[in-house]
Design a protein around this ligand. Structure first.
Ligand SMILES: Nc1nc2c(ncn2[C@@H]2O[C@H](COP(=O)(O)OP(=O)(O)O)[C@@H](O)[C@H]2O)c(=O)[nH]1
Ligand SMILES: [Mg+2]
Length: 222
């Protein structure tokens, strides 16, 4: 078997596991989102802010992947979000079987919204379906305006792009119009949000999007 054959087999097995997860989530009426970005773009901080803001409104939990440590799950729990850490031990992305296993080890109960915080990088996570309804890609203003065209895979697959750390915009060169144009080229019709988890600017737009999509998910559950 060639390396290409082995990779295709791996991706086919992942796709089957992801589809099983998606059907399970659809039956349960749980919206599942897969958050992907470089390390440090603000995934955990945004989830912590979301958990606090939507507490009591939505039943939420998080599964978070890192190559080492439980730090992110600890931070999410501290923000009131039931969370499970997957330590991949080196793998640069989550896969559907890791999510299946994690769900077997948790007792989240019934959920309206499950966050999957992927391992930090813009490359490998793009290729592994986790059974989510959609992907959210985050790009902080400190990462440079050339990134969407340099990482077209993830920016074309993510239904929602979030430009984070908007509070830092006055301090860094970041051509937001150019970034928006690249993202719109890669994902026509996708949603682009800008926000700061530090000042709170733009957060309501993110919360509204989640609540709207949870409602749509419930309406189409089967
Ligand atoms: N200035 C600023 N810093 C932020 C913001 N969001 C996150 N950070 C900081 O960026 C760093 C990485 O954030 P984290 O949420 O751990 O990123 P992750 O690796 O994508 O989960 C932390 O020091 C956060 O405090 C923001 O909106 N503005
Ligand atoms: Mg994190």
């Amino acid at each position: 078997m060639t390396i290409t054959d082995a990779r295709q087999q791996l991706l086919a097995a992942n796709a089957a596991a992801a589809e099983a997860l998606r059907q399970r989530f659809r039956r349960a009426g749980t919206l599942v989102v897969n958050l992907i970005s470089s390390p440090g773009s603000g995934k955990t901080t945004l989830l912590a802010a979301t958990a606090k803001a939507l507490a009591g409104k939505l039943r939420m939990a998080g599964i978070v992947g890192d190559i080492a440590t439980e730090h992110d799950a600890d931070k999410l729990r501290a923000a009131g979000l039931p969370a499970h850490q997957i330590v991949t031990g080196g793998s640069c992305h989550l896969d559907a079987r890791m999510v299946q296993k994690a769900l077997g080890e948790t007792a989240f109960g019934e959920l309206d919204l499950l966050f999957l915080e992927n391992v930090g990088n813009l490359v490998c996570p793009a290729n592994y379906d986790l059974g989510e309804q959609f992907k959210i890609v985050l790009l902080s203003v400190t990462e440079g305006a050339d990134k969407p065209f340099k990482y077209p895979g993830i920016f074309s697959k993510a239904d929602v792009a979030v430009l984070t750390k908007w509070d830092l915009l006055p301090h860094v060169p970041f051509d937001a119009a150019a970034v928006r144009q690249q993202i719109a080229t890669l994902r026509p019709g996708g949603v682009i949000l800008q926000l700061s988890a530090t000042t709170g600017e733009g957060l309501q737009g993110f919360f509204d999007l989640l609540q709207e999509r949870v409602a749509r998910c419930k309406a189409t559950a089967r």
